[in-house]
Design a protein around this ligand. Structure first.
Ligand SMILES: *[C@@H]1O[C@H](CO)[C@@H](O)[C@H](O)[C@H]1NC(C)=O
Ligand SMILES: *[C@@H]1O[C@H](CO)[C@@H](O)[C@H](O)[C@H]1NC(C)=O
Length: 521
């Protein structure tokens, strides 16, 4: 490290943040998901702000350039995620999500490697110290990191996806580990455990034999020596995971999986005047409704909308509703519609008492940050598991689309609008924010650590142990064989000792003998 000598070392002891050597950081984000990059962008800009030289390959280049931040833009190469999803839940919609994951993942790999500017990274032999890359539906970037000889820091904007448990050695047990795409949380029923066991196997096989195999082939078109991607995945130094136990529960995570949920939440900014007036003039506070950007009014069944409206008409609160149409049936006066709201700034307002949400992790995180109780209505993707985090942490309650009627929904709102519930959520929010190190400092620290000690890897041994040993199948089989042998031998012995047939046979023999003797006598 190039320090100015002892003086700077002493200074460093006091202001450690400024003393880290500037790193050349390569960020590879080939997934075109806007809400994902919303999280990563903040972290990457922070790395640049702290003096690192950051080069970012993504679909979301900066609007205005900032110091130390260089974009390699993929923008325009593919559609930004935002398809229309049906407003209902079924196994079929999970299958649809799985195919979306496969197709968008493999496409992102092809588009990444065929980009001329990306190719200069390996053709020019660019020098970097560390790669940060999204851990989602493609491992393509790991091949690139291998080629460039870089240690990798993985980052995500959700909790761990089913196909990543094994690479980090995170125990997946359907009996108590929440499954992203399904209900049941940490206390599933027998049926829910069966359901998630089947879907877990499905997602893992799909990932291995379609996504990863396809990406491996795509990489092979450019390089001839890329090791199996799953092996490279086990070499990832750290995973910066967008969870925190105060919200997402106390799960079993190896030491190199770092929980950093919360850093995307910005300081609240002043609200636009008309929204502010609407909120401040409310006598009984405000309910904020948003089902995210992917659910559209057009795909929401009319009867469900009417149930929701019936509930809102029974509550004294005013309502801000993010809706992509100009009006609602009956044009209720207490509802303010808009297709866009400054969500974080709204949730920060003390008069906003409840959030009716589809349970995206970012909105959920903003709700816990500001201590706003949530009625969660999960629809697709990781929303079911987020809804369980909401319910199990005490941040709110959940309702299933299938159960959505006036009576049920009203009950849910009454629960979370209760002042006692609200005060518990406020204290949960305080606990969630109370940490030894901020989420951002932690994310930056472990990124720098990975570059500083690139020769060390802290993968959990659970990631590399063969499956038959992980589940101790060999030991169990041995015991099974011993016990089975014991039982069989015992049965055999008992049989030979007690067999009534033999006794009968012996008897008849004897009788025969006796009669024989008798005869001979
Ligand atoms: C910073 O990154 C840019 C873009 O990758 C590169 O052109 C530049 O040389 C780097 N600066 C330093 C000091 O390494
Ligand atoms: C890491 O290992 C390489 C190869 O063994 C060695 O040349 C290098 O000095 C090591 N780096 C550090 C920081 O120890």
């Amino acid at each position: 490290m190039k320090f100015l000598g002892p003086i700077s070392l002493i200074l460093c002891a006091f202001i450690s943040v400024n003393c880290v050597e500037a790193l050349n950081i390569l960020g590879i984000f080939p997934h075109a998901g806007k809400s994902h990059f919303f999280v990563f962008g903040k972290y990457l800009r922070e790395l640049a702000a702290r003096g690192h030289n950051v080069t970012v390959v993504s679909y979301f280049p900066l609007d205005k350039p900032i110091k130390n931040y260089y974009d390699i833009s993929l923008a325009g190469k593919t559609k930004i995620v935002g398809g229309v999803f049906p407003f209902k839940r079924s196994y079929w919609s999970i299958i649809q999500v799985s195919w979306y994951l496969v197709t968008s993942g493999t496409e992102s790999c092809s588009l990444l490697l065929s980009d001329k500017n990306v190719q200069t990274l390996w053709k020019d032999n660019s020098h970097f110290d560390v790669m940060v890359t999204e851990q989602f539906n493609s491992d393509c970037s790991l091949g690139l990191a291998y080629k460039l000889g870089l240690p990798v820091v993985g980052i995500n904007s959700h909790v761990v996806v089913p196909w990543h448990y094994s690479r980090f050695g995170i125990p997946y047990n359907p009996s108590f580990v929440t499954f992203q795409f399904l209900d049941g949380g940490t206390k599933p029923t027998f049926y829910q455990r069966l359901e998630r066991t089947i879907f877990n196997a499905y997602f893992n096989l799909l990932y291995k034999y379609f996504c990863q195999a396809y990406d491996q082939n795509t990489l092979a078109k450019y390089f001839n020596d890329i090791p199996p991607l799953e092996d490279l995945a086990r070499e990832i130094k750290f995973l910066l995971q967008y969870s925190t136990f105060t919200l997402t529960g106390s799960t079993l995570l190896p030491a190199n999986v770092i929980e950093v949920n919360g850093y995307h939440v910005e300081e609240a900014k002043p609200l636009p005047k008309d929204i502010l007036t609407f909120i401040e003039e409310s006598e009984h506070g405000v309910i904020y409704i948003s089902f995210g950007s992917i659910l559209k009014a057009a795909t929401t069944p009319q009867d469900k909308v009417e149930e929701i409206l019936a509930v809102l008409s029974k509550l004294p609160q005013r309502v801000l509703w993010k809706w992509d149409e100009k009006s609602l049936p009956g044009n209720p006066k207490n509802i303010y519609l808009s297709n866009w709201f400054p969500q974080n700034d709204i949730l920060a307002h003390p008069k906003v008492l409840a959030f009716y949400s589809h349970c995206g992790l970012l909105g959920t995180t903003e709700a816990i940050h500001h201590g706003v109780p949530v009625v969660g209505m999960p629809i697709f993707g990781d929303q079911p598991s987020n809804a369980n985090f909401i319910e199990e942490s005490g941040l709110g309650v959940q309702i299933q689309v299938a159960d959505l009627n006036t009576e049920n929904l009203l009950k849910k709102f009454k629960t979370i609008l209760d002042p006692e519930f609200r005060s518990k959520v406020k204290s949960l929010s305080k606990a969630w924010r109370d940490r030894p190190v901020s989420a951002m400092d932690s994310a930056v620290f472990w990124t720098e650590f990975a570059a500083r000690y690139r020769n060390f890897t802290f993968t959990s041994p659970a990631a590399t142990v063969p499956a038959y040993q992980y589940y101790a199948l060999d030991i169990l089989s041995l015991f099974f064989v011993i016990i089975l042998t014991f039982i069989l031998v015992t049965i055999k012995v008992l049989k030979s000792l007690l067999s009534p047939k033999k006794i009968v046979k012996n008897k008849t023999k004897k009788q025969y003998n006796r009669s024989n003797t008798l005869v001979t006598q």
